[in-house]
Design a protein around this ligand. Structure first.
Ligand SMILES: [Zn+2]
Length: 435
């Protein structure tokens, strides 16, 4: 959807990176290069202008970011809901498959029962066929006996009987005939009865089979319904998953856009911090320049130096090497509790050569004042909350220059106080005494 946008943004990031490198090169204060105070001020105001533009761009990007974050949040919510829906349908499919498996087991069981009955029917049919064969055999044999009797030399059966030697013979012959007939009748009756029974059993089996088949047919119909329902659920899962994929795609796009914006944000923040650090360096350079270029014909008035904060005596950081911060501390820090807003007094009379009332939070001296006392001597009063004087102003010893504050590189209200001779930091306690 927004591939073009992403590409465009990527391109703009590359441009910013290029500017960044150029920025670093062109703004980096070169130690060897001797700049005039005017040139340094121009550079500082140029960096401030650039940073101002960057801050404007940054606030626009931050607006875009919060918009994208909203989009992302919405996309994430939609995606979450859709995933839940997919899970819900998957769950339904799971239970439907379970129903199908259960029904299949029932159908398999019915099929097995039907098969069993079919086997029983086959056995019954075979038995019936065997008995009917026996019956047929028996009839043939009986007919044989009868035919043999009729076809003896004596002519016919009556002839057999008539040919008997005596009445006793006749009686025996008749009895034999009768027995044969009777035995055969019993045998035949039993056969018929067995066949009848088997046929009745077979009929019962067929009825049972029909019942089972009817039940199975119902289950088969149920199975068709279940399979249809499952197919519908599968379709729902498929559609829901497609929608979830779409939402995922939207989410990924918003995420990529957000990442890109955050990259731009990081880039700008980096450039701004580089600019601020450059400003800090230039201001340091400017300050050195001003402090070193004290008015050459200004006469130094011998005599005592005043303690700039009468009644305040807590030294939170001494002059000289500070092992905690691994740096040379160029002055002393006076940091009594409740000191914020106290008037800071000029340690000696002189001309104000720096009265800095704008500052970058977290950097350098913050608001500060430098007074030129002549003879190469200057005093510096840093981290003020207010500046009372202006550059070029002549101040008297003990005159308030500003108020104690916490501006610049400072963690709690304190006065950073320096005395320099020809730009070199001196230990203030070599000049002033606490009062
Ligand atoms: Zn300090």
């Amino acid at each position: 959807m927004n591939i073009k946008k992403i590409l465009r943004r990527t391109a703009s990031i590359i441009t910013i990176t290029a500017i960044c490198l150029a920025t670093v090169v062109s703004y980096a204060p070169a130690g060897a290069q001797e700049l005039t105070a005017e040139e340094i001020r121009d550079k500082i105001s140029q960096i401030e202008k650039d940073n101002e533009e960057r801050r404007n761009e940054l606030s626009k990007i931050e607006g875009d970011i919060s918009e994208k974050e909203e989009n992302l949040k919405r996309a994430s919510a939609l995606l979450g809901e859709q995933k839940q829906l997919v899970d819900y349908y998957y769950n339904l499919v799971y239970y439907k498959e379970k129903d199908i498996d259960d029904l299949q087991a029932i159908i398999d069981d019915l099929s097995a029962q039907i098969e069993g009955i079919e086997e029983s029917i086959a056995v019954a049919e075979k038995n019936i066929a065997d008995l009917e064969a026996d019956n047929a055999d028996n009839l043939v044999k009986f007919a044989q006996i009868i035919r043999t009797m009729y076809t003896t030399d004596a002519g016919d059966m009556f002839a057999v009987l008539a040919g008997s030697a005596d009445f006793y013979d006749l009686m025996v012959g008749a009895e034999i005939m009768g027995n044969i007939t009777e035995q055969n009748q019993i045998f035949m009756d039993k056969l018929q009865s067995d066949i009848k029974k088997l046929n009745s059993d077979k009929k019962q089996l067929e009825t049972d089979k029909a019942t089972l088949e009817e039940r199975k047919a119902k289950r088969d119909a149920n199975m068709v319904t279940l399979l249809d329902e499952k197919a519908e659920l599968d379709a729902l899962v498929y559609d829901a998953q497609l929608a979830a994929d779409d939402y995922q795609q939207d989410y990924d796009i918003y995420q990529a856009e957000l990442d890109s914006l955050e990259n731009q944000q990081n880039n700008l923040n980096y450039l701004i911090s580089v600019g601020e650090s450059d400003i800090e360096n230039y201001e340091e350079q400017l300050k050195q320049l001003i402090i070193e270029q004290t008015q050459p014909d200004k006469v130094y008035q011998e005599g005592e130096w005043y303690w700039p904060l009468p009644g305040r005596s807590y030294i939170s950081c001494d002059f000289g090497y500070d092992p905690w911060l691994d740096r040379i501390h160029k002055g002393i820090d006076i940091g009594d509790a409740g000191i914020y807003g106290d008037d800071i007094l000029a340690s000696k009379g002189g001309t104000v050569i720096i009265a800095q009332s704008s500052y970058i939070p977290g950097y350098s001296y913050g608001m500060y004042v430098v007074v030129d006392h002549g003879g190469g001597y200057t005093s510096t009063y840093a981290h003020m909350s207010e500046v009372y004087v202006y550059v070029g102003q002549e101040v008297e010893q003990g005159q308030p220059l500003g108020a104690v504050g916490n501006t610049g590189y400072s963690f709690g209200a304190h006065l950073h106080f320096e005395i320099r001779l020809n730009g070199e930091p001196m230990d203030p306690f070599d000049y002033v005494s606490m009062v």
